[in-house]
Design a protein around this ligand. Structure first.
Ligand code: FAD
Length: 466
C-alpha cells in the first residue's frame, strides 16, 4: 500500500501516530502543504521548522513533498499523482481546520485515518459527572491526572520512505528572529531534556519571574509539533520515579514537576474549550460580555501598547520583548493583556490579533484561552474586577529589574527603587540617569487609579443590565 502522511503542526518523527501506523501499513509519502498567506512570526518559524524537518527526513533517505495551495485540492492531486491508497494525519481542533477536514472526507476517494497526535487525551472526552464539559480548570486537571495517559509511539523501526526529487521550501523574509530561534525536533528534544535534568526543580519557585530563565521555553516546539506533550508527560513522570536523591530535594522536585505538568494541562484545557465551544475564537465564553461597553480603540493608545510606549515599564518591557523576539513571558502576557483590556478598555480581540501576528509560539487554542482569561470573559478566568496594578506586578515579579532593564535600555541607569515607575522619580534622579520623561521614555498614557475606576464602573454597568 502507498500512504500519504500529511504533516501539519506535527513536524517530528518521535511519537507521531500517523507516521507510525503508515510505516506499518505500507510505503510512506510525507507531505507538507503550505497554505498561509499571512506574514506572521509563527509562519516565519514554521518555514524554519519545515527546512529542519526536510533535512531530518533527507538524512533518512526520505523526501518531503512540499506543495502550496488549498489542502483539500492538493491532497486529491497528490493521491492521484502517487496512486496512493490512503491518507493519514493528525486532527486539528480549530473551526477552520474542522471544516476543511469535513470537506476532505467528502471528496477523497481513498480511506483516511486520523489520530489525536498533538494532545495528551482526545479533546472532548473529559467530562464531569453530569457528562458536561468542565468549566473549572482544577477539576479538569484532577480528572485528567487520574487517567492513564497513553505512552508515546517510538520512532518507527523501519520505514519504506518515498525518495524522489526534493521540493523547495517557500522563501522567508530575512528577520532578526533568526538570532533567537533554532528549529527542529532534535533541538526540541535537547531543550526539553536539558530542562528536565537541570532546571525543572526551580520551576515552581521562579516560573513567574520574567527576569529568571526558569520556564521550559518549549511553547514554539509544542505549537509546531516538534515535540509531543505525551513524550514530555511520560519522561517527566519517569524521571521522578528514577530519581533517588535526598528526600527534601526529591520533594521539591516532585512539587515542581507537578506544577510544570499542570501548566502543560492548561494547554489541554485550551483544546478542550476550543473543541466544545469553537465560537470562542471571537466571542466571549460568558455570553453576558457580549454587551460589554468596550471603548472604540483610540489608534494612539493602541499603538503605544503595541510598541511598548505606555509609560509602565513592565508592560513596555513585555511588548518590546514580543516585538523583538516573537516571545513574551507568561506572567507578562497576563499583565500586558490586562493593561490593554482593563486599563485601556480595548476589546481583547485586538490583543489576540496582535499576539497571533507576533508570537512565534502562536497557538489558536492557547491564545484564545489566554485572552479570554485576561479579559475575564472565559471560564475560570481572572474575574474582570481583579485588575492588575502594573507597577505592583513589576515590583513583585521583577524585583531587581533584570527584565525591565533588559528590554528598556533607556531606563538602564535608573536606580532600582524608581525603575518600576519612573514617573514617580524625583527630577534630579531622572536627570542623573539621563532621562527626560516624555522624550526618552513616555509619561504614563493613562493614570492607574482612574483606569481602574473606569473599568470597574463599566463592569458594574454590565451587571446592571444582566
Ligand atoms: P512553560 O511554563 O515552560 O510551560 C510548558 C508548556 O505548557 C508551554 O510550552 C505551553 O505549551 C503550556 N502552557 C504553559 N502555560 C500555559 C497557559 N497559561 N495556557 C496554555 N498552555 C500553557 N501559549 C502558547 O503556546 N501559544 C499562544 O499563542 C499563547 N498565547 C497566550 C496569550 C495570553 C494572553 C496568555 C496570558 C498566555 C498565552 N499562552 C500561549 C500561554 C503561555 O503564556 C505560554 O505557553 C508560555 O509563556 C510559554 O513559555 P514556556 O514554554 O516557557 O512555558
Amino acid at each position: 500500500k502507498t500512504i500519504i502522511v500529511w504533516f501539519k503542526d506535527d513536524l517530528r518523527i518521535l511519537d507521531h501516530p500517523a507516521l507510525y501506523h503508515a510505516a506499518m501499513d505500507g510505503k510512506v509519502i510525507p507531505l507538507y502543504i503550505h497554505n498561509e498567506t499571512e506574514d506572521t512570526n509563527s509562519e516565519w518559524y514554521r518555514l524554519q521548522a519545515i527546512t529542519a524537518f526536510q533535512q531530518q527526513l533527507q538524512d533518512k533517505g526520505a523526501t518531503l513533498v512540499i506543495k502550496q495551495g488549498n489542502p483539500v485540492q492538493i491532497i486529491q492531486e497528490v493521491v492521484q499523482a502517487f496512486n496512493a491508497d490512503a491518507v493519514y494525519y493528525h486532527y486539528q481542533y480549530g473551526p477552520e481546520s474542522r471544516k476543511q477536514d469535513e470537506q476532505l472526507m467528502d471528496c477523497l476517494s481513498v480511506p483516511v485515518r486520523r489520530f489525536h497526535g498533538n494532545v495528551l487525551t482526545e479533546p472532548g472526552t473529559i467530562l464531569n459527572k453530569q457528562q458536561k464539559p468542565y468549566k473549572v480548570f482544577t477539576s479538569f486537571w484532577k480528572s485528567l491526572r487520574s487517567l492513564p495517559i497513553a505512552k508515546p509511539y517510538p520512532v518507527p523501526h523501519k520505514v519504506d520512505w518515498y525518495n524522489g526529487k526534493a521540493s523547495t521550501v517557500p522563501h522567508t523574509k530575512n528577520s532578526q528572529l533568526n538570532m533567537y530561534w533554532q528549529a527542529g525536533e532534535q533541538q526540541a528534544l535537547y531543550k526539553w531534556r536539558r530542562f528536565l535534568h537541570d532546571q525543572i526543580d526551580d520551576y515552581q519557585e521562579y516560573r513567574d519571574f520574567p527576569g529568571v530563565d526558569a520556564t521550559s521555553r518549549l511553547s514554539h516546539h509544542l505549537s509546531h509539533g516538534e515535540i509531543s506533550p505525551k513524550l514530555i508527560w511520560h519522561e517527566a513522570k519517569d524521571a521522578l520515579e528514577i530519581t533517588s536523591i535526598e528526600n527534601r530535594l526529591q520533594h521539591t522536585m516532585e512539587e515542581s514537576t507537578e506544577t510544570f505538568l499542570k501548566q502543560l494541562v492548561w494547554r489541554e484545557f485550551a483544546y478542550h474549550q476550543l473543541t466544545f465551544f469553537p465560537h470562542i475564537i471571537d466571542q466571549p465564553l460568558q455570553t453576558k460580555f457580549q454587551a460589554f461597553q468596550w471603548q472604540k480603540p483610540d489608534p494612539m493608545l493602541l499603538e503605544s501598547w503595541k510598541k511598548g510606549l505606555t509609560g509602565y515599564p513592565l508592560v513596555d518591557a513585555g511588548m518590546r520583548q514580543l516585538l523583538e523576539t516573537g516571545y513574551m513571558h507568561n506572567r507578562v502576557r497576563m499583565v500586558t493583556g490586562s493593561f490593554l483590556v482593563k486599563h485601556l478598555l480595548i476589546h481583547w480581540l485586538e490583543g489576540q490579533a496582535w499576539f497571533s501576528r507576533l508570537l512565534v509560539d502562536h497557538d489558536l487554542a492557547n491564545n484564545t484561552m489566554g485572552w479570554q482569561w485576561v479579559a475575564g470573559t472565559g471560564f475560570d478566568s481572572s474575574p474582570f474586577f481583579r485588575i492588575f496594578n502594573p507597577v505592583k506586578q513589576a515590583e513583585k515579579f521583577d524585583p531587581d529589574g533584570t527584565y525591565i532593564q533588559k528590554w528598556l535600555p533607556e531606563l538602564r541607569d535608573l536606580p532600582i527603587e524608581h525603575l518600576h515607575f519612573p514617573q514617580k522619580a524625583p527630577e534630579e534622579v531622572l536627570q542623573d540617569a539621563g532621562i527626560t520623561l516624555g522624550k526618552d521614555y513616555p509619561h504614563p498614557i493613562i493614570e492607574h487609579q482612574y483606569a481602574r475606576e473606569r473599568a470597574l464602573e463599566t463592569f458594574q454597568q454590565l451587571k446592571k443590565e444582566e
